[in-house]
Design a binder for this molecule. Structure first.
Ligand code: BT5
Length: 259
């Protein structure tokens, strides 16, 4: 497929009909230093699409947007790095809103429509930490039977005004680049750039009763009350306030709709 609208927004665009993982490919390209910020890689199909923690991202050929964007962040305030996944989720939320779809961000990396996952984001750094690749999948034209879980949805199912994947990607990148440049101008300070306030406004997690599962298998139940200046989730349990930088969150009230 051709991506003329996206080509006008990305700083170089490579389109592959099939690959393992756009994140993996772009991380390899990032090391060579030949590709600039906002260089974008898109594919129609991934044979080894990655989620977080060794999970998989699955989508049929031509069914969705699966892309990765290259960044070379050099913020004075290193906490800026911790916001890049949420920033992409916010850009996707804004792009979906332009297509008539109301969505919310589930901390740390999902975009939900009526509690169902329409998009997931995965930010990964390259080997010498000089680059960050932000990859995302957005379900576009899948019907319910094409989706990998009952907790997923697509633009088609949500009733979007357009299913044009080029338009969606162009809108997403335009919104992401604007947010990123605001963060760069603020030296990586997400409070000063206004990013934190925007994400809190878009969050479906804040105010929810949540179960947090940590990468080391521990878990805790509490109320999510805030996202701090580093993009971490604050959760009040029966005896303390946790600051969560990595982990999975289950919204307990809507758990039946989610993973
Ligand atoms: C994510 O991980 O949601 C991050 C997904 C990032 C995918 C993009 S595609 C382009 C780029 N290149 C890559 O290789 N990856 C990125 P996580 O939060 O771990 O969620 C993974 C879980 O989401 C899976 O275990 C499934 O339950 C669910 N899932 C898989 N495919 C899905 C889909 N198409 N729609 C909704 N949910 C899905």
């Amino acid at each position: 497929m051709e991506y003329p609208k996206t080509s006008l927004v990305a700083n170089g665009l490579m389109s592959l009909s099939e690959t393992g993982s756009t994140n993996q490919d772009l991380l390899a390209l990032a090391d060579s230093k030949n590709h600039p910020e906002f260089f974008t890689l898109i594919t129609e199909f991934q044979t080894a699409g990655r989620g977080r923690l060794d999970r998989k991202w699955q989508a049929n050929p031509g069914s969705s947007v699966m892309a990765s964007v290259l960044l070379r962040p050099n913020f004075k305030d290193p906490s800026g790095i911790g916001w890049l996944s949420l920033m992409m989720a916010e850009a996707i939320r804004a792009a979906l809103a332009e297509l008539g779809i109301d969505s919310k961000i589930k901390w740390p990396n999902d975009v939900l429509v009526q509690g169902k996952k329409i998009s997931g984001v995965l930010a990964e750094a390259n080997s010498d930490l000089s680059a960050v690749v932000v990859g995302f999948g957005i379900n576009v034209n899948q019907s319910a039977k094409d989706l990998p879980t009952g907790s997923a949805t697509s633009l088609l199912l949500a009733g979007a005004t357009s299913l044009d994947r080029d338009e969606l990607l162009a809108k997403t990148l335009r919104s992401f680049i604007a947010l990123y440049l605001e963060l760069v101008d603020a030296g990586g300070d997400a409070v000063a750039s206004g990013l934190r306030e925007k994400i809190i406004g878009s969050s479906s997690t804040i105010g929810e009763l949540v179960e947090v599962s940590f990468p080391d298998q521990r878990s805790a139940v509490g109320k999510a009350i805030d996202i701090d200046e580093g993009g971490r989730l604050k959760v009040v349990t029966s005896d303390k306030t946790l600051t969560v930088s990595a982990g999975d969150v289950l919204h307990l009230r809507t758990a039946k709709l989610e993973d």
